[in-house]
Design a protein around this ligand. Structure first.
Ligand code: SIN
Ligand code: FE2
Length: 217
């Protein structure tokens, strides 16, 4: 619905919504890059296909994942970690496409975090019903850099909580092209994604794609 309402937005137009100190939603910020992002995404997920990783507890994640950049986030029965290689192919993760780096850097800059140089991009693909439980991004050694999280395709409800798991969460609707940036005092805030509702987007069909950029080392 939101997508239709704003479908005729001018390229490059964006507006911001502060979530907390250090956290902002840059509405539709990624739209000028979306074609370049999808083109690059197709190439790199041919090399490093989406897969459902297993949690340390032995459960298949509902979100299908891949990575690009020098480091990729992986989970298996032995735990969570960043790895230079894709455990499924044995190859290094595909390089981060230029459009990815430029977009993430520009968004971080717009959010007040200049000089963002991500070395990891986790690519999440949500089918209807897929969700991501409340968690903190804390496997990164560099907590000075923000997290830059880009939504593509069908909408989602993003949960943005506090620094304690039990803190009340804001429910933030995210549409195609929205970018959430959190860092500084908000860097360790809990966040998650509610189960994706059945919907259709011309670029992704029934899926939502999320790109999460991090500086790990
Ligand atoms: C994440 O926390 O890794 C992804 C968040 C999202 O899909 O919006
Ligand atoms: Fe996260």
């Amino acid at each position: 619905m939101t997508g239709d309402l704003f479908a005729d937005i001018e390229p490059g137009q964006s507006w911001r919504e502060e979530l907390a100190a250090g956290a902002v939603v840059l509405r539709r910020y990624a739209l000028p890059w979306d074609e370049a992002l999808f083109a690059a995404l197709g190439v790199l997920t041919d090399k490093a296909p989406f897969r459902h990783m297993v949690t340390p507890g032995g459960f298949d994640m509902s979100v299908a994942m891949s990575n690009c950049g020098r480091l990729g986030w992986v989970t298996d029965r032995s735990g969570y970690r960043y790895d230079t290689h894709d455990p499924q192919t044995g190859l290094p993760w595909p390089a981060m496409p230029t459009a990815f780096v430029e977009m993430a850097r520009s968004a971080a800059d717009a959010a007040g975090f200049s000089g963002f140089a991500p070395d990891a991009c986790l690519i999440n693909r949500y089918a209807p019903g897929a969700k991501l439980s409340l968690h903190q991004d804390k496997d990164e050694l560099d907590l000075a850099a923000p997290i830059v999280s880009v939504s593509l395709g069908v909408p989602a409800t993003f949960l943005f909580g506090g620094c304690q798991r039990a803190d009340k969460c804001a429910r933030v609707p995210l549409a195609h092209g929205d970018v959430v940036v959190w860092g500084g005092p908000a860097r360790l805030r809990y966040h998650g994604v509610l189960p994706i509702k059945a919907a259709h987007h011309p670029a992704t069909g029934s899926h939502r794609i999320n790109l999460t950029f991090r500086k790990v080392r």
